[in-house]
Design a protein. Structure first.
Ligand SMILES: NC(=O)c1ccc[n+]([C@@H]2O[C@H](COP(=O)([O-])OP(=O)(O)OC[C@H]3O[C@@H](n4cnc5c(N)ncnc54)[C@H](OP(=O)(O)O)[C@@H]3O)[C@@H](O)[C@H]2O)c1
Length: 284
């Protein structure tokens, strides 16, 4: 019963199955469209005729499907009694908590996960996965998880892996908002994004150094210490970003939300504080 089942053989599920096989695990795979299982069979995986069959022959089932609706659809066809399901499908903390209850009601054990990698990174340095759910269930399957890359246990609450995953993705998308806006400005004058890229990545690396200090301010809830670039100054400078974009024929829709928050922050009396103080405006 130490076979690992992989349910879902899209780009990511296939990468997970390959990593398990490379690490020497016995792997049973299943995918809705059977053809995607063939390359894994060539690598030594057993191909199950149904998700129920794959789960029945494996103590641990790794689900990596499009969304939580497809996970429930697939798991709903199987008996989960005595089985452990680790769901590595992207979702929200609430979806993870609800799925944990749903699996428990069917007699299964459950962990949720968040994959911080693209498929070619799986099993290689730099890839890691968040896991959350009962500690003993997590510990029992560490060996299998090690095949995917780094392991980050986020806590007993099954929603915590998704929370950490989405927080990191928020940072990533924030970065790409800035990168795309910067290139749009550069391209508006016909300049080369490729030539500009080293300047941009160097600048982003320098600014990333403020991440830790911002965290200190946010945890303290005190945004008035060591202010060297106050919010009022930044809001005034930020006015030039949408103004320049408009002049250059570039939409400001990517940066408009932060602009509104800076203006609100100043109106709220936060002008002398650090930029980090706008986090207070995000609380609902
Ligand atoms: N790719 C990435 O860079 C990446 C990175 C981190 C996390 N993830 C997460 O990993 C998960 C899978 O991503 P992916 O890149 O593997 O996506 P994908 O290549 O589009 O594969 C989607 C998988 O879901 C299956 N599926 C969809 N609806 C289904 C249903 N109703 N019933 C049964 N199976 C169904 C598909 O089966 P068919 O083959 O039959 O269509 C396929 O196996 C997603 O939650 C994604 O957010 C992906």
């Amino acid at each position: 019963m130490n076979t690992v089942a992989v349910l879902g053989l899209g780009d990511m599920g296939s990468a997970l199955a390959r990593a398990l096989l490379s690490a020497g695990h016995a792997v049973t795979v299943w995918n809705r469209s059977a053809a995607k299982a063939e390359p894994l069979a060539d690598l030594g995986a057993t191909v199950a005729g149904s998700a129920a069959e794959a789960i029945a022959t494996s103590e641990l089932a790794v689900a990596c499907l499009l969304d939580y609706a497809s996970v429930r659809e697939v798991l709903g066809t199987a008996s989960l009694s005595g089985r452990t399901v680790v769901n590595l499908t992207n979702g929200t903390p609430r979806q993870a908590r609800e799925l944990a209850e749903w699996v428990a009601a069917r007699g299964g054990k459950f962990l949720d996960g968040g994959i911080m990698a693209v498929p070619p990174m799986i099993g290689k340095p730099g890839a890691f996965v968040f896991y959350s759910g009962p500690r003993d269930v997590f510990d029992a399957h560490r060996d299998a998880f090690a095949a995917f890359g780094g392991i980050n246990y986020a806590g007993e609450d099954p929603g915590l892996a998704a929370l950490h995953d989405l927080a990191l993705l928020s940072g990533m998308y924030g970065l790409f908002v800035g990168v795309l806006q910067a290139y749009a400005l550069i391209r508006s004058e016909g300049l080369s994004a490729v030539e500009f890229a080293p300047l941009l990545s160097g600048w982003i690396a320098a600014m990333a150094g403020f991440t830790e200090q911002t965290a200190v301010e946010v945890d303290r809830g005190d945004y008035s210490q060591g202010v060297v670039s106050n919010l009022a100054m930044q809001a005034a400078a930020f006015d030039n970003l949408p103004a320049a974009a408009a002049d250059q024929g570039v939409s400001a829709e990517l940066i408009a939300p932060l602009h509104r928050l800076l203006v609100r922050g100043v109106a709220d009396g936060r002008g002398a504080q650090n930029l980090s103080s706008v986090i207070e405006l995000l609380k609902k």
